[in-house]
Design a protein around this ligand. Sequence first.
Ligand code: FDP
Length: 524
Amino acid sequence: MNERKYKKIYEKLKCVEDINRISKAYSVNTGAISNILHQKTVRNVRKYHSRIVNKAPALVRSWKRGDTILKLASKNNFPPVLLASIMLKEMGYKSKTVVKNPDVLEDKRLRYELIKAIEVDFCFSPRAHSVQSGQGRMGEDLIHEWLEHCDLEFITESDMSKEPNTKTPDFLLSEPYKVDGIDVRWIESKAVFADEKEHNRYQLKQFSFYEDLYGPGMEQGGYRNMELNDFLKEKGTDEKLSQLIMLFSEQAGVIKEGFLSARGAADTKNVYGETQMALDKWADEVLIDALRESRLVRWIATEEQPDIIEVDGAINQFGVTIDPLDGSSLIDVNLAVGTIVGLYPGHVLEPGNTMVGALYILYGPLTTLTYTTGTGVHEFVMGEDGRFTLMQENLTIPDGKIYAPGALRKDYLPYHKQFIEKLESEGYKLRFSGSFVADVHQILHKGGLFTYPAFAGKDSGKLRLLFEGTPMGKMVVEAGGAISNGRGNLLDVKPSSVSDRTPIYVGGKREIALIESLVKGSGT
Ligand code: FDP
């Protein structure tokens, strides 16, 4: 961002409520805008702090006459928690203790107003501090990853803190690394760029200390909520594919709205003869309409439509497979459901390993979007404004002992029975919610295995290859796991029609190897 733009934003930003509007008006991500607001707040505090301290008796008098803490904070253009703590001190309280635990206050009104102040103060409240330290950790993780990626040897602050030396940078490099012609010896991660004065203070005190000890170093900072579109750009994702992923992310909020308005079962049946829930139809319509209007894809196959749709005037050749609302039988009991999407470079009746990406949106206590385009699996969370910000980058499936087995036990085929009994004997815990997307999401995070197998009378199981198997399979495989139909990699299977069903085993490589060997050994 150039200096002129920065100054304009700085001038216009007054409070947290301005962030979204200014972010849209200046096409700058909300993270950067909230950074600027943070800087402005810090600067104001420095400028007016002693004035507010001197005014403390008058502030307390106004409060006693009925003015609220929030009103006084806004009148004085001062962060509410800081103002409250100055007032609390004036009233004879230990302000630090009280701000950390407002429940100790006996005065009900004071307690209520302090809690309100803590809720809205994005800069000086304990909650804001924990968000900032989370960002600091995120910055350190990024630097850590980058150093490893560049094969640079280093020791971290925590390694060094075992030594008697008290002040240490976050990373100390074993060999100097050249940045802009300077031999960098250490790196410090800062969560928020403070204003210039604050920065200079740091440089003078902390950084000059490191410099004396180790030589020149480097500061990295400003880690804030990374939004999905910025992340896609940063990852160098194909622009057209990014547009498509963004389009799905934008429909998540619309689909969520339908949760309130479109409840109950509709009286129509889908192509598999199942009664459709009203919300399935709603989500299906929302997604098809948005895709048709955008013309971003040529082919649309959805679980709710009997035929593949060809979009008039499509500007790209992409094909998409969509399960608009997986786990729909759980909607009426308010459990997690999700939208699953497979992204193909062209027509969708192709093996899953030709996919250019996949994503799923999970509507749980949080609404999350997890995607892959072949460069890792990344997870985002939806904020109140409907935008998705980075929650976890480069997800990898851990070793875990969870199993989620679909189908009735009485219908298990012998090799499958043997498989499940083996897992049980090894102490795997059963976790099956009945929502494929939510169950596989859990496995992706905690390790283990999901299966909906072939069973007595149903060689191809229950789940759909195109709408459930391949997109979630692509995700798990990209995260270091595997997917199989029991005989081999499910992503190698070429579908014969959109309605193909398949047995599914998806999860850790160890579990998949085990079932494949049991199927092979069974000679079936
Ligand atoms: P649902 O019928 O609720 O849409 O394929 C759909 C699916 O749910 C999966 O999400 C889930 O894993 C499976 O069916 C559950 O089937 P069972 O009812 O046989 O357990």
